[in-house]
Design a binder for this molecule. Structure first.
Ligand SMILES: NC(=O)c1ccc[n+]([C@@H]2O[C@H](COP(=O)([O-])OP(=O)(O)OC[C@H]3O[C@@H](n4cnc5c(N)ncnc54)[C@H](OP(=O)(O)O)[C@@H]3O)[C@@H](O)[C@H]2O)c1
Length: 393
């Protein structure tokens, strides 16, 4: 996804919230002599910081990325916010980004990390029309794997509080919401198969399909994930490590599956195609089983596709969040409301049960990516970036 354009859509969500914000009391400071507001004492902005930088193109995150310390904290421009990141989201595509697959023209060094939530600790004059110091914002913009990130104000979304749950909605939640709405054509009683169902975006595909009164089947790799899937309403979790998914689908759903939210690729894609019902829709969300390879692709049985699809009047539909930005604002507002009303579980995996414990600090981004590719996560992986000093503001 092009982060800039996704973020522009994310920013639209901020409009209503920023109207509410405008009515909050705030001190008026004449900073007209300055290009930006910074509050080094009140919010304890240091002179330097740590950040992760891609120094070599590779899908191997550890080989591609270097942790740099002593980097000057960037200064926001007129339309920018300086955000102190408190939680950053881990995405399967972080390694597509480090390998240069998003933009083949980009050359290292470049910043990495797609999304974050934190407080505004500095801002430009124009940005101050909509944001204030200490306000909590979430954003999609490149470079979130840093202690501080300069975020164009138009890419920031005001958030009610500093909860990692909000981060789960920015990319993972909206991807499920928009793709199922635009391409799923969900009808009550449809059978929906979600692959990688217990992960960052899969968890939302399960819940949204259930909300549309569909029968939901979800694949995953452990008994703990099966328990989690049941807890969020999945009718039929399948542990593919212990069960043969193709055989289970054939036996339990002889008429086939109406909608498939497919994130894994390779053999999972092939068996999914074979399991489609007449007029079934398979939405290609990703193909994670190929991302760690040099090509980034996972091989599929392409030769059989025309016959397999024609025979069932079925279709394959690609989905890329970046191409559905006009729907982003509505998606984000709906998901935020559902979460606020207790109608949506936003499962966060902070790494508590990972071998070396909770993901805290930028150093732990490396093992958080390993954890995702070991298939251990339940929900969205989030890394916490603690800040020891409480703001005086
Ligand atoms: N199209 C878009 O706009 C868009 C946006 C966001 C995400 N996505 C896609 O959604 C998918 C999930 O991304 P995410 O960031 O939310 O990750 P995630 O689901 O939180 O984590 C990935 C999960 O995939 C499974 N997995 C990991 N490595 C695997 C491998 N080598 N082979 C097979 N399965 C593997 C594991 O679950 P199991 O227990 O099931 O094995 C793992 O927990 C990816 O394909 C990603 O590219 C697409």
């Amino acid at each position: 996804m092009s982060l800039g354009s996704a973020a522009r859509a994310a920013a639209g969500v901020g409009l209503r919230a920023s109207v509410r914000q405008a009515f909050r009391p705030r001190s008026i400071v004449d900073m007209s002599y300055s290009q930006h507001f910074m509050d080094p004492t009140g919010s304890a902005i240091p002179a330097t910081m740590k950040k992760l930088v891609v120094t070599k193109l590779s899908p191997n995150f550890r080989q591609a990325v270097t942790l740099q310390a002593g980097v000057p904290v960037p200064v926001p421009g007129d339309g920018d916010l300086l955000v102190r990141n408190r939680f950053v989201g881990i995405n399967a595509s972080d390694i597509n980004y480090t390998s240069g697959r998003y933009d083949p023209s980009v050359k290292p060094p470049f910043d990495v990390g797609f999304e974050g939530i934190g407080e505004v600790v500095g801002l430009g004059l124009t940005a101050s029309a909509r944001f204030t110091i200490n306000q909590v914002v979430a954003y999609i913009a490149p470079g979130s794997f840093a202690e501080y990130t300069v975020v164009p104000a138009k890419f920031a979304v005001p958030m009610p509080s500093l909860k990692p749950e909000f981060l789960t909605l920015l990319i993972s939640g909206t991807t499920a919401y928009i793709s199922l709405k635009e391409l799923g054509e969900l009808t009550e009683g449809d059978k929906v198969l979600v692959t990688a169902a217990a992960g960052g975006t899969g968890q939302f595909a399960v819940q949204l399909s259930k909300r549309a009164k569909c029968h939901v089947i979800g694949t995953c790799s452990s008994k703990e994930k099966v328990v989690f899937l049941k807890s969020i309403g999945c009718d039929h979790p399948i542990n593919y490590k212990t069960e043969n998914v193709a055989a289970v689908l054939k036996k339990e759903y002889p008429q086939g599956v109406d909608v498939i939210y497919e994130s894994v690729g390779g053999k999972m894609f092939d068996l999914s195609v074979r399991s489609l019902a007449t007029k079934g829709r398979l939405i290609i969300i990703g193909f994670i089983s190929g991302y760690e390879t040099a090509t980034g692709l996972s091989l599929v049985d392409a030769g059989v596709l025309p016959a397999a699809l024609l025979k069932k009047s079925a279709s394959l539909r690609g989905f890329f969040l970046n191409h559905y930005l006009s729907q982003y604002q509505e998606a984000m507002l709906t998901l935020l409301k559902m979460y606020k009303d207790g109608e949506l579980v936003c499962e966060v995996d902070l790494g508590d049960i990972s071998p070396e414990g909770k993901f805290i600090g930028l150093e732990s981004v490396f093992r958080a990516i390993d954890y995702l590719y070991m298939g251990k996560n339940i929900g969205k992986i989030v890394v916490e970036l603690p800040h020891p000093v409480t703001s005086k503001l």
